[in-house]
Design a protein. Structure first.
Length: 366
């Protein structure tokens, strides 16, 4: 009834994007509690809470794409000011901060990455670790981040032919005395090395797609797709460090910075829609007029930026909102309706496919 009344009053204009670019509807994405940090040795220092309290709004996902190749995604806001510590294993890490900021120390070396809000300019780094090192995260209440990191073990790098020697990783390939460039190979440094990286628009699009499509219950084919994009992002990061190599042209289909910015604003608008479930969402052609594109161009650019069509992204975000609603005590019928489903059975099927459990099973653990 509420939905039909809202539609009868005509299109309702949602507010424009938030003032802080890239900020997400954290609570809709979920809550992370202290006991979910179950990595052996992970500890909070001077924690201002007791028991299994929420420590983050948002979500964290860690996925093994291949043996030795891990992807870590974080879209979170800190709920406390404190420090956490854990031992990081050796290997190569690619870190891309798409929005917000990251303030950490690795082996005692500071790493502060901050994306500039006004132009959606991401910040990134390549971290080479010849041996295990202490990782410290500096928490600050209200600080937020949208980050992707890839971790590649020495064994994985060697198996792919990227390492010349399992005990070395000092730099990218050097030229032979003849001047001919060698294939990209690596050597481990004698000490921890953190190198800044300025990702291209294509690299940022890859990072966005990896975050948007990551899911711990992803089927095998999805993981293959994620792994291929992670490999492409890795190649871009390492190839960018070769001073001898001229920058390549943008790949076919890569968005210009202006179009990438427009797609980020569109995604912010879609996120705002999710927070107002009783207001009918704009149709694709209406979105196109609002953002100055034809319906087909809008769909194409959104897919290039985030790896999925607009309505598929809407569906995914509504399911995440439904999961959060269920965790906060909303009934299955109400959560289904707010997510746009008229059939509880269809809602349950979509929910199980996305999260690997039924709404009823989730409610029983709340």
């Amino acid at each position: 009834m509420a939905r039909s009344l809202a539609r009868a009053t005509g299109p309702v204009q949602l507010p424009m994007t938030p003032a802080t670019a890239g900020k997400r509807p954290w609570r809709a994405l979920g809550m992370v509690r202290s006991l979910e940090f179950d990595t052996p040795g992970y500890r909070f220092v001077s924690a201002p809470f007791v028991g299994n309290e929420p420590v983050l709004e948002g979500r964290i996902r860690e996925i093994q794409l291949q043996p030795g190749l891990w992807m870590h995604c974080a879209e979170v806001v800190d709920l406390h000011s404190m420090v956490s510590r854990v031992n990081f294993s050796a290997g190569l890490r690619i870190v891309v901060v798409l929005a917000g900021e990251v303030d950490v120390r690795i082996g005692g070396q500071p790493l502060h990455l901050r994306a500039r809000d006004h132009d959606h300019h991401a910040s990134a780094a390549i971290v080479s670790m010849p041996q295990d090192a202490m990782f410290e995260r500096l928490w600050e209440r209200g600080k937020w981040e949208r980050k992707l990191s890839l971790h590649l073990t020495p064994e994985w790098l060697e198996s792919q032919g990227w390492l010349r020697d399992s005990c070395e990783l000092t730099a990218l390939s050097r030229r032979h005395e003849t001047g001919a460039p060698e294939p990209i190979t690596l050597k481990f440094p004698d000490e921890l090395c953190i190198t800044p990286w300025h990702p291209s628009p294509h690299a940022l699009a890859l990072a966005e797609q990896l975050i948007c499509q990551s899911d711990q219950s992803a089927p095998g084919l999805v993981r293959i797709r994620l792994a291929s994009r992670a490999m492409e992002l890795l190649y871009e990061a390492l190839a960018s460090q070769r001073k001898e190599t001229a920058p390549n042209a943008a790949p076919t289909g890569a968005l210009r910075p202006r179009d990438q910015d427009r797609m980020l604003r569109l995604r912010d608008f879609l996120d705002a829609e999710v927070q107002q479930p009783l207001i009918p969402p704009l149709k694709i052609d209406e979105l196109g007029r609002r953002f100055g594109l034809s319906a087909s161009a809008l769909q194409r650019q959104f897919r290039n930026a985030f790896g999925s069509p607009v309505n598929e992204y809407r569906r995914l975000m509504r399911l995440h909102q439904a999961r959060t609603d269920l965790e906060h005590g909303l009934s299955i019928a109400e959560a289904s309706y707010r997510a746009g489903y008229t059939s509880a059975a269809n809602f349950a099927t979509a929910f199980r496919r996305q999260f690997g459990m039924s709404p009823k099973s989730l409610r029983s653990h709340v």
